[in-house]
Design a protein around this ligand. Sequence first.
Ligand code: FES
Length: 152
Amino acid sequence: MQTKTMPQLNELYREIILEHYRKPCGREPLDKVDYHAEGTNPLCGDEVKIGLQIKNNKIEKVYTEGHGCSISIASGSILADILRGKTLEEAKKISEYLKCTMQWKNNNFCDDVGDLRALEGVKKFPVRIKCALLPWTTFEEALMGHDRIEIS
Ligand code: FES
């Protein structure tokens, strides 16, 4: 079982993450769901649900819900906050940004990432990388039409 305590992150970023954890964005259920998936981290059993409402190739509304550690909940909240109004292409690019960040790869191709920068420090804690990626991997799987995934 992984520890669910917060890793030692930069103080400002830590506050941003805790704020998203305490008051997560995207908790309002959608009246229409175009893409949906549930993701699980099999190591800890934490789960996240992602629902998307699309209009004219843009993400009009995002629903996220789940139970998990502060990092996974905050990451889902940031996802809901940042993806609203984005085209699907822009959203995939932002998701790619986070994956590259966690793998210490070049992430300079994307500037418009808002509070997602607060998760950058998580890459120093390999055991927590899955926590940060869980909502985003679930989001990508939802776009591919997969209902349920386990991240590996
Ligand atoms: Fe389970 Fe973070 S400890 S997703």
